[in-house]
Write a protein that binds this ligand. Structure first.
Ligand SMILES: C[S@@+](CC[C@H](N)C(=O)[O-])C[C@H]1O[C@@H](n2cnc3c(N)ncnc32)[C@H](O)[C@@H]1O
Length: 382
């Protein structure tokens, strides 16, 4: 059987191509910090189950350590309460609420952040503490502060980070409010996603400093952005290549709701193929256009329900059997009208991936645009 150090080295050696760790300092951190200290037990998704089921992999059982050193995300909490240690036997269902992120992504993010020795870094979303420990290894304990919302998760992370020999500053609280003790940061890295960039971050990162964050919403759209702070409450940035998503910061989650009843409304043919908004960038554009809506459905049969007003839109194959689609809309917000226009604007701009988008944040608003600041754009909900 391979030892932890051998498996760790093999995992880092296996990160090639876009995943390759090119910075010697981050490479050393990845080869040194033992990930198993942070994921005593974890959930793995079961293949092919309807609502995703998860099976528990427990510390010490066959395959546990190999799983720790596979380049995969390891889920460590479901529904904001269930930890793998507490599950007896079989598979469980639930929504992931904490995890140890894919190691290649963690390392890439530290690199993209441009965090270097001497920088003061604020991390939002300690999770298991693995990324925090990598940061502390590379930048020094006294240069890293990490904030975790969930006290149970935060306490487990603190113990694991200590066991790994590090002592960065750890805070349990709402990271969307920043560091309760104030700012002066050079870099901020978020490993949970947000519906808009929290203003406290834009006051706690110094002008010229960077913020790396995933923007999300309730329609499964994600945009991974690197912003430069230009002044208190101000920043500009571009979205990065790839397909990065993170669980939503808890205060930005969709509010709980009853089950949805679809009701009759006004029907018309659609101008766009509804399946467009089920694609990676299409869902992002739809979410920008209808930021308080949640999206359900699959392929061409899309359902949008606005959380704020209850307005609905749903698409269905048209009556002529010619491949066309109709939409039924109801309520004060014409959700489909907005989404359809936005998709058409995006398509007229060449239909770029998120990396063709940028963001401008000012004290009075936050706008995501295509191409350049004066291109087509949408305001984020703040
Ligand atoms: C993907 S996990 C973090 C992964 C972590 N960096 C690691 O490598 O183990 C996201 C974490 O963000 C935390 N979180 C969610 N909302 C938060 C908030 N408002 N402030 C701080 N942490 C938050 C979740 O509880 C969860 O532990």
């Amino acid at each position: 059987m391979n030892t932890s150090a051998e498996l760790r080295a093999a995992m880092v050696d296996g990160l090639t191509g876009d995943d390759a760790v090119t910075d010697p300092g981050w490479d050393r951190a990845a080869r040194t910090v033992p990930r198993e200290l942070f994921v005593g037990a974890y959930f793995l998704p079961e293949q092919g189950s309807g609502p995703t089921g998860y099976r528990v992999v427990r510390e010490g059982e066959p395959g546990w350590l190999e799983g720790v050193y596979t380049n995969q995300t390891l889920i460590t909490q479901l529904d904001g309460r269930t930890r793998p240690e507490e599950v007896a036997g079989g598979a469980v269902t639930g929504v992931p609420s904490s995890s140890s992120t894919l190691p290649s992504l963690v390392l890439r993010m530290w690199h993209q952040l441009g965090a270097e020795p001497g920088h003061r870094v604020l991390e939002i979303g300690t999770g298991t503490g693995y990324s925090t420990a990598l940061g502390a290894h590379r930048l020094g304990d006294d240069h890293v502060t990490s904030v975790e919302y969930d006290p149970v998760v935060g306490r487990a992370a603190a113990a694991a980070i200590r066991a790994a020999g590090h002592s960065p500053r750890l805070v349990i609280g709402d990271g969307l409010l920043g560091d309760p003790d104030g700012g002066g940061y050079d870099r901020l890295i978020a490993t949970c996603s947000v519906r808009h960039v929290p203003y406290p971050w834009l006051h706690q990162v110094e002008p010229g400093g960077k913020i790396l964050v995933t923007l999300s919403g309730w329609s499964f759209g994600y945009g991974f952005a690197l912003l430069t702070v230009t002044g208190p409450g101000e920043a500009t940035g571009r979205f990065l290549p790839g397909h990065t998503s993170f669980m939503t910061a808890r205060p930005h989650d969709r509010p709980p709701r009853q089950s949805i009843t679809l009701l009759p409304g006004d029907e018309r043919p659609t101008r766009i193929d509804p399946g467009t908004i089920a694609t990676w960038t299409g869902s992002w554009v739809a979410q920008l256009a209808a930021p308080s809506a949640e999206r359900m459905g699959a392929g061409g049969q899309q359902i949008l329900v606005d959380v704020a007003t209850g307005s609905q839109a749903r698409t269905a194959p048209g009556p002529d059997g010619d491949g066309g689609w109709t939409v039924v809309q109801r309520g004060p917000l014409r959700l489909w009208d907005r989404v359809e226009s936005a998709v058409e604007e995006w398509q007229s701009a060449g239909g770029p991936h998120q990396e063709g988008f940028g963001i401008t944040v000012s004290p009075t608003g936050q706008r995501v645009w295509i191409g350049t600041e004066d291109g087509p754009g949408w305001d984020l909900p703040i």
